[in-house]
Structure formats: structure tokens, C-alpha cells
Design a protein. Structure first.
Length: 68
């Protein structure tokens, strides 16, 4: 009787460990996804500054042409 009860408890613990392993894997995948998204946002932010700078330059040139 006690052996069967112990085996049931051991199986519950193993199931709990499998569940924790699955959660860890899920969190690892989320971490990788967030890292990739962070890289993408950083790359876009570099281009954003270039686009804003060139737009401002064109606006200044257009205003200068109007008045000169």
C-alpha cells in the first residue's frame, strides 16, 4: 500500500517537473522573440533619425527657395 502511494507521489512530482520544463521552454522562446523584436526596433530607430533629418533638410531648402 505504502509503495503504491509513494509511486503515485513520485509520478505527481515527475508530472510537475515536466510542466515546469515546458514553462521554462515557453519563457525561453518568448525571450528569443523579444530579443529579435528589440533588434528590429533598434534598426528601425536608426533609419528613423535619417528620414527625419533628410525631411527637415528638404523643408529648409524648400523654404529657402521660396524666399530667395
Amino acid at each position: 500500500m505504502a509503495i503504491a502511494r509513494d509511486e503515485i507521489e513520485i509520478e505527481k512530482i515527475r508530472a510537475s517537473i515536466r510542466h515546469m520544463d515546458a514553462n521554462i521552454e515557453h519563457m525561453r522562446m518568448q525571450n528569443e522573440k523579444l530579443a529579435a523584436e528589440t533588434t528590429k526596433v533598434r534598426q528601425k530607430s536608426r533609419w528613423y533619425l535619417l528620414v527625419v533629418g533628410s525631411g527637415a533638410t528638404l523643408a529648409i531648402v524648400a523654404i529657402a527657395k521660396l524666399f530667395l
